[in-house]
Design a protein around this ligand. Sequence first.
Ligand code: OTD
Ligand code: ZN
Ligand code: ZN
Length: 352
Amino acid sequence: MATNPTQIELIQPDDWHLHIRDGEVMKDVLADTARQFARAIIMPNLKPPVTTVDLANAYRARIEGQLKALGMNSFTPLMTLYLTDNTSADEVRKAKAEGIAAFKLYPAGATTNSDAGVSDLKHCHAALEAMQAVGMPLLVHGEVTSSEIDIFDREAVFIDQVLEPLRKNFPELKIVFEHITTLQAAHYVRDAATAGKNTIGATITPQHLLMNRNAIFAGGIRPHNYCLPVLKREEHRIALLEAATSGSSRFFLGTDSAPHAKGAKETACGCAGCYSAFNALGLYAEAFESVGKLDKLEGFASFFGPDFYALPRNTKKITLVKQAQSIPNELPLGDATIVPLRAGETIAWSLV
Ligand code: OTD
Ligand code: ZN
Ligand code: ZN
């Protein structure tokens, strides 16, 4: 590949961490993702959360209905279940049998709609044992929730207090450390001993590769750059970019695109979440190009995710061109609007 290519071709990527909500707004956000990605891991933090196989199957049917209405028939949703203190080993085995892709651990209260999450992992022993036995991945929102721990430290503390003990107790459990935001997380995943097995991975969002915490306060408060885990210092952004572009198969693409209507963000107590789905691939291409590593984008975006989940890689190809795309100030979201990441500005790369 030339050092400064103006066009790159890659196997079609998947999004290994995505929120598409439900009801009226779903079709608007789903279309943005299905234009770019072949598959996506669909997060279960609905109200009420998707805690059973039956709820996930019903949710999948609603998604497929919307895709059909949109005339988008080549996109596959990969469903997840929300782990609770009461998830049984039987539900885990049923999930495996019915093609559920993963379980999601939200420490109670850690992020949007996580109140029904796990209060203490000791309640989940049987479910975790079953996941380990059947090869069901556990996706973790890796932050402690204690209000005494500084918000910028919650991910690093989670590694010591929760993740490391979890991996000790369940050494064969496949774990994805979702949307990592710190140098500590990037190095933990990079250096984790796995006895040659594929037992740890991490997703990284475009906003954490492109912005540091100054972006939340640039000239005034910027609610559309506020997400959880919150953006960190520049040294962390650099460590994440290094991990994503390293060629290590432990790091793969997960946008964590998390739509909220404009009014729910621009208010006294605004919701957390960045809407990156509109041109997520363009954002990732910018990040990789910024360190001269566009040649590492395909592994991160298209290969390492399916390899971790033991799913086939996609075969169709897509092309990105270095052509600035203007990002609208607002996009439709049901009967409201949403402000996408980079609203009113441009993204340097576009999907052909
Ligand atoms: N973070 N917002 C949301 C989820 C994520 O932690 C996450 O996965 C959301 O709105 O569902 C957010 O900031
Ligand atoms: Zn999360
Ligand atoms: Zn998320």
